[in-house]
Design a protein around this ligand. Structure first.
Ligand SMILES: [Zn+2]
Length: 212
């Protein structure tokens, strides 16, 4: 898990450096499918202060098997994805600006820019629940079905992929598409790409999503 620990810290810092989140606002995890264990960032430690030993290892029942820190308060929101999806082995949750604007309006992100295809044909908004609750985890998982990202009402964004590189890419692209949509909406009515075009995009992005 050494590489995984380093990668979690690296992408946590990258979230802050690229202005996608602030301080401790966000959490990341990676799933080891063979060991059936999740490595997750700790609760309440600034990404620039997290050390490898602060990363918490949990089993599929949510028990801490390694680590002295408390796992992120959103640990179950990560774990439920690994319990139910076989296409997701890395998850990033963040409070990015424009995706959170839409989440606060409780407005889903439609396909106004084709790059949304990294997440799916649109990005839904999960029903509101208090942060850190099982209810929020269940709501998020439900709204993320057949998608690789979801907006959390009045909160932020959650994205999942096969690895952290691709999960990070999804967060970046959904944030970009949200920004474009918000700005376009302030000028008029953004055109939404038709269903058949998004089906074509889904085909094209099957390979794009595998980039290493
Ligand atoms: Zn959060």
């Amino acid at each position: 898990m050494t590489n995984i620990r380093q990668e979690l810290i690296q992408y946590g810092k990258k979230l802050v450096e690229t202005d996608l989140t602030k301080g401790t606002g966000g959490n990341l995890s990676v799933f080891d499918r063979e060991k059936k264990q999740m490595a997750i960032t700790p609760s309440g430690i600034d990404f620039f202060d997290i050390k490898e030993e602060d990363i918490v290892i949990m089993d599929m029942d949510g028990h801490v098997v390694e680590g002295h820190s408390l796992p992120s308060s959103e640990w179950y929101m990560h774990l439920i994805q690994y319990q139910t999806r076989d296409d997701i082995d890395a998850i990033i949750h963040a409070h990015t600006t424009y995706a959170t604007v839409l989440a606060c309006l409780r407005e889903p992100l439609p396909a106004t820019h084709y790059m949304i295809a990294v997440a799916g044909k649109d990005v839904r908004v999960a029903d509101y629940a208090t942060y850190g609750t099982k209810e929020l985890a269940v709501n998020a998982a439900k709204a993320m079905e057949n998608r690789r990202a979801v907006l959390l009402a009045n909160h932020g964004i959650l994205a999942g992929a096969k690895d952290l590189l691709n999960a990070f890419n999804i967060v970046e692209e959904v944030e970009y598409c949200s920004k474009i949509y918000c700005i376009a909406k302030s000028f008029g009515n953004p055109f939404v790409l038709p269903e058949e075009e998004m089906e074509l995009m889904a085909e094209k992005f099957k390979t794009y999503g595998q980039r290493k």
